[in-house]
Design a protein around this ligand. Structure first.
Ligand code: ADP
Ligand code: MG
Length: 929
């Protein structure tokens, strides 16, 4: 790698050394025109608990005239020129609490008593604290307007998004270039960062004078000139041929749509080059650079000078989150919560907003603080009526305001009586520099800001950015983020499903459904489409007392359910099935179940009764009747031996026999999807679909009996337990599976099986996220590449974390908290990225679930020969119920994929208990005369 050399050329501008020494930043010669302040402040944020204690930095920069170094000592008493006038007339030397207003007085424009013309002029120029409060409120309103999507276009304070979302983290490395377009010159800067926490950046810069006529020339000439500066500079420091990212400092209002994409809204500060407004200035510069065949130089970031200032103040250790420029013009920027910046889709994290507040007041909001002098200055300017705030604050105008005040006083014979004032007739007779020399600008700024925002503590410190290093840092960060973003996108791309992907999944599901229903094709279908012998949904006339069992999820429960005219009453008990029992022998498992039933009956005083028992058994079963179900395979972590191929009702009866518990009358085996459908069907007769998204996922629906090739009979309908979790086990979804899904699958006890389920349900989502995070750490995209032992532990990242992390408005500190428990030291950006991973994985789950459901509802609609189908889905499962976005995503996507079906979702309450009892009750209803 070639490293920058210090060229031998002599300073190009009178007396100023254009080249900084390499290495130590502290020894750089200051550029006299660029001095500012950084203000450290406390920003309590009610939206983000825990933030109260953190210090937020606020950078304030004055440019174009050296403010601080030129300020006089305290000899002036730190007073405004209006000192005398204010003291005689202003009652507002103290604020509402009676605190002294600092070392200067605020004037009072209203009700001015008889006083000299000079006093009156000074009072006009000194708005009262009340007026300033009102201006502050109007500024806040204008800012809100700028942030809001609806009013952004008309806002005077545009609040432009900058796409700067991140501050330097010290890992930035490599060579970077910065080009800054200034009022009368172009500055080029070359920085080498060593990835050492930015301890010793090496930098060189050069300033090129710009011909004065360039400001009003063609845009092409301007950009060609800038490109030539880049060319000359690179020639002098030795031609570098490796890719060189360039940051472009362009201090004009731009509509930015990306860090490296920005249209100029309008010129200001005396610039008026043709053919630039409305164009992407990044492209214009890149094109000019390409003309010179400097193809290795790539313009990757466009920055406002304000943003550069803020970033420069960030790298010293504490983050700096506000910057203010008062130079030729005035502007500010600050880090806003991304969700407040409505014009940008992104709602994660923060983004720097460029306020462009120079135009504040262009709608009349400054009416009551504008003086006759301001109006004169405005009228004589090249853009009357525009940038009114800037014309009261910016260095380009302060001297003019003073000149007009003095001129008008002279005309009133209040000043220079008898002397000639012709010299004052010329524009720019007063220099802003001369004006600022008689006031303590920074001190006044700080005191008044303190009075107007007493909740915030702010300290002004001169900006450290005397050499443009800040901009180089942004460019470096941008480069790091660009590379990272690219890698993140590559990593996540396979998990992002297109509409076409989903349509294909829907079509495949439909195809597998048909195969599963066909008598001859059933054996080869991945979706088994199992008959349940449930042929009716509840009609409300069901009655009776039932026992119910619920096995097949996280908990094993025993219930007693009383179905009465007044409603359904239940009592239940949860029992633990230890993993050793889940994965031991079948005998032990069913013995355990019977023991639990006996315990329950004893507790409920039901030992003497023989109640019909309905068994919710949520595993794929070949049902041969309502009370005869052969287990096809275990899922969801169960693997008890000697059960597959057996009738589970018989296994239960056998166990009861062993335990001498003869009074057990099993009447139905019910899948949990069916229980859910039945439970919801009791409240809503349109409920003819059951869906589970919990530990696993599955669905059932009412199919026309004539379509069910695997069961005799053509009349009416039968509920089909789809067992859709196994969708894809025949390879039809292989191109949807990612490497992460394969890694998760390989470590399960049923590798290669339940492939659809492993993309969707609670047992797996956390694991998928964990594998993605591991890959990101490996690629140095997360946690600075630091591996965590804990993160390598299987199942350590629980699916419930996805719910927490994706919760809207959750402070990122809370995400950091979850990650800290996993021994991960997450930065702000890490947290945002982890959230993105969670969102990607849970969105995909909802998408796939929607594609599956779309196939179901469309089939039902076609079955019934309807143009429109109105139907209800009964849903159960903690993932569906607890995840903040899953259900909404699912419903929206389903609507999109099956537009001719109006689908209502009804959450089931205790489907497997209530629903199981209802299956038994409906069956009893059918058999009773
Ligand atoms: P089951 O499906 O076993 O009957 P649940 O419907 O309660 O049981 O689902 C349990 C699954 O839900 C667990 O595997 C777990 O991963 C997931 N889960 C638990 N809490 C949450 C949550 N807050 N958000 C999302 N998923 C959760
Ligand atoms: Mg369940």
């Amino acid at each position: 790698m070639s490293s920058p050399r210090r060229p031998s050329s002599q300073p190009s501008r009178g007396g100023r050394a254009p080249w900084s020494p390499r290495g130590e930043r502290g020894r750089l010669p200051p550029v006299s025109r660029c001095v500012g302040m950084v203000m450290w402040g406390q920003q309590p944020s009610p939206a983000a608990p825990g933030l109260e204690d953190s210090l937020c930095a606020i950078a304030v920069v004055g440019r174009s005239c050296a403010l601080y170094p030129r300020l006089p000592g305290r000899d002036g008493g730190g007073t405004l020129p209006s000192h005398d006038a204010a003291q005689t007339s202003a009652p507002c030397g103290r604020d509402a609490e009676g605190r002294a207003l600092g070392s200067f007085q605020l004037g009072h424009q209203d009700n001015i008593p008889s006083c000299t013309p000079v006093q009156r002029a000074l009072m006009l120029l000194t708005p009262s604290l009340e007026k300033l409060q009102a201006v502050k409120c109007r500024m806040l309103e204008a800012m809100d307007k700028g942030l809001s999507r609806q009013t952004h276009a008309q806002a005077t304070v545009r609040m432009l998004p900058t796409f700067v979302c991140s501050t330097p983290d010290g890992t930035e490395k490599g060579d970077f270039m910065v080009v800054e377009l200034c009022q009368s010159h172009v500055r080029t800067l070359f920085v080498t960062l060593l990835g050492d926490g930015n301890q010793s950046p090496q930098l060189m810069y050069k300033i090129f004078d710009m011909p004065a006529d360039m400001l009003q020339g063609t845009g092409e000439a301007l950009f060609d000139f800038i490109a030539q500066c880049v060319h000359k500079f690179l020639e002098e420091i030795g031609s570098l041929q490796h890719r060189l990212p360039l940051g472009f400092v362009f201090p004009f209002s731009c509509r930015q749509t990306g860090l490296g994409k920005a249209e100029l809204i309008s010129w200001s500060k005396g610039f008026q080059c043709s053919d630039v407004e409305g164009k992407d200035v990044v492209q214009l510069l890149q094109a000019a650079i390409n003309k010179l065949e400097l193809y290795h130089v790539q313009v990757i970031a466009l920055l406002n000078d304000t943003v550069g200032t803020m970033m420069a103040s960030s790298w010293g250790g504490k983050p700096c989150e506000i910057a203010l420029v008062t130079g030729t013009g005035t502007n500010s920027c600050f880090m806003a919560e991304a969700e407040l910046v409505e014009v940008v889709e992104e709602s994660n994290g923060r983004m720097c907003v460029n306020s462009e507040w120079g135009c504040f007041g262009d709608d009349g909001a400054l009416g009551d603080v504008l003086t006759p002098y301001d109006h004169r200055v405005d009228q004589e300017s090249s853009n009357p009526g525009e940038r009114r705030f800037e014309k009261m604050v910016g260095g380009l105008y302060l001297g003019e305001i003073v000149r007009h005040a003095v001129l008008m006083l002279a005309a009133e014979q209040a000043l220079f009586v008898g002397a000639s004032t012709s010299v004052l007739g010329a524009k720019d007779a007063f220099k802003t520099q001369q004006v600022l020399e008689i006031m303590e600008f920074g001190e006044i700024l700080q005191s008044v800001a303190g009075l107007l925002a007493p909740e915030c503590t702010a300290t002004l410190v001169p900006s450290a950015d005397t050499n443009g290093l800040g901009v180089a840092m942004v460019t470096a960060v941008a480069q790091r983020l660009l590379t990272q973003r690219h890698e993140v996108e590559q990593l996540l791309a396979p998990l992002r499903l297109s509409r076409a992907d989903l349509e294909r999944v829907q079509a495949l599901m439909r195809q597998e459904m048909e195969r599963g229903l066909g008598r001859d094709s059933n054996a080869n279908a991945s979706v088994r489409m199992l008959p349940t012998y449930v042929c009716n949904t509840p009609d409300g006339t069901e009655r009776g007392d039932f026992l119910a069992l619920d096995l097949g999820g996280t908990n094993f429960r025993v219930l007693v359910v009383r179905v009465m005219q007044e409603g359904i009453h239940m009592a239940s008990e949860i029992y633990v099935v230890p993993t050793s029992v889940m994965q031991g022998t079948g005998e032990a498992l069913f013995d355990h179940i019977v023991e639990c039933i006996m315990d329950f009956q004893t507790k409920q005083n039901l030992m003497e009764q023989v109640l019909p028992l309905s068994f919710t058994f949520s595993f794929p079963c070949q049902q041969l009747g309502l009370d005869k179900a052969v287990l096809l395979t275990w899922t969801k972590g169960f693997s008890a031996s000697g059960c597959v191929g057996q009738d589970v009702v018989q296994l239960l009866r056998d166990a009861a026999q062993r335990k001498q518990h003869v009074a057990l009358k099993v009447v139905a085996v019910v899948n949990d999807t069916v229980g859910t459908m039945m439970a919801c069907g009791y409240d809503d007769p349109k409920c003819e679909i059951g869906l589970i998204v919990g530990t696993g996922t599955n669905a059932c629906y009412m199919e026309e009996r004539k379509n069910v090739g695997t069961v005799e009979g053509d009349e009416g309908r039968m509920c089909i337990n789809m067992e859709w979790g196994a969708f894809g086990d025949n390879g039809c979804l292989d191109d949807i599976f990612t490497t992460f899904d394969r890694m998760v699958d390989e470590k399960t006890i049923n590798a290669g099986k339940q492939r659809f389920e492993k993309l969707i349900s609670g047992m797996y989502l956390g694991e998928i996220v964990r594998h993605i995070l591991l890959a990101m750490v490996d690629k140095q995209l997360l946690f600075r590449g630091k591996p965590s032992l804990k993160l390598q532990t299987r199942d350590i990242f629980q699916t419930k974390f996805l719910s927490t992390i994706e919760t809207d408005g959750l402070a990122l500190q809370q995400v950091q908290g979850i990650l800290r428990d996993l021994e991960l030291d997450a930065s702000f950006e890490d947290s945002v990225l982890v959230r993105e991973v969670c969102q990607t994985v849970s969105l995909r789950a909802a998408q796939l679930c929607a594609a599956g459901l779309a196939a179901v509802v469309e089939k039902m609609r076609e079955n019934r020969g309807l143009a429109q189908l109105a139907i209800t889905v009964g849903v159960d499962g903690t993932l569906y119920k607890m995840h903040p976005h899953f259900s909404q995503n699912l419903q929206q996507l389903l609507q999109d994929l099956a537009p001719n079906c109006a689908v209502t979702f009804l959450q089931s309450e205790d489907g497997s208990g209530k629903g199981a009892a209802l299956v038994a009750a409906v069956a009893c209803r059918e058999t009773s005369p």
